[in-house]
Design a protein around this ligand. Sequence first.
Ligand code: DON
Length: 312
Amino acid sequence: MATDYSDLKKNLPEWVKMSRMFASKGRVADYIPHLAYAPADALGITLLPLNGDKLTAGDCDTSFTLQSISKVFTLILALMDNGEARVFEKVGMEPTGDDFNSMLKLELVEPGKPFNPLINAGAIVISSLIHGQSIAEKSARILAFIRELAGDTSLTWNEEVRRSEAQTANRNRSMAYFLKDNRILDDEVENTLEVYFRHCAIEVHCSHVARMALILANDGVDPQIGRSIIPRRYVQIAKSFMVTCGMYNASGEFAIQVGIPAKSGVSGGILALVPGKLGIGVVGPSLNDKGNSIAGVHLLRLLSERYDWSIF
Ligand code: DON
């Protein structure tokens, strides 16, 4: 039986308005200088039901770059290219409890492999595992995959954001050199980082992210064409990481308060999903101290409580 979304449709604009007030309590990321231009008080959401019409409210025309949301999809592509055994030789499966750009644990455990593929160190290693002979070929494969999932062949990376990150990524650069020294990273550091910066800078709207999320919510099958795009096993792996590490060191709190697989980015985007039901894309550039959209998390918490979305 189709779910009735009429209550959600009626109340969504009001809940966005209420949640938007929290934006003033956070801050827009500026460690990548170009991200600082994002509208601090924006909040928008798109929900794509598996059976039903698209619902949107708030500032859904605000574009944003995927940033860490892209890491879920490079992980999936790396799994499709290499298989589980090879990927998990290079990255672990455990949350860190540290910041997303922390390098603390890289030196604490042998052989210095990143704890998981969603922290920066792990995602940089994952970028190197994407098949392709050159930076251009690897980037083109990632972009084609994201375009297919987002349902938009015109998506590309924002060149200003890419350049801004490339010019200031001292911390990621140092981690990549460290990983190279430990023989976790096999490719050249600068080539790997360029692939990573490009996928982080892919520019989207909430509706793209909602569609990407819907395919994960539907076990990898594109509901429009009824074709499997991602093997179910890799969707399972991606969702597990989203639950345990998707909101970084706020993942435990998010699991308790919202309880759905989600992945945030420092641009203020959040991809979330209710398995078997909904794909969700949120934008709210003002971040809390853990690097997650402050108003976006508030909105998802409100919706999850109201509609009993928690998977736990
Ligand atoms: O490497 C970085 O710092 C960014 N390109 C991505 C970080 C990010 O989105 C973390 N999200 N919360």
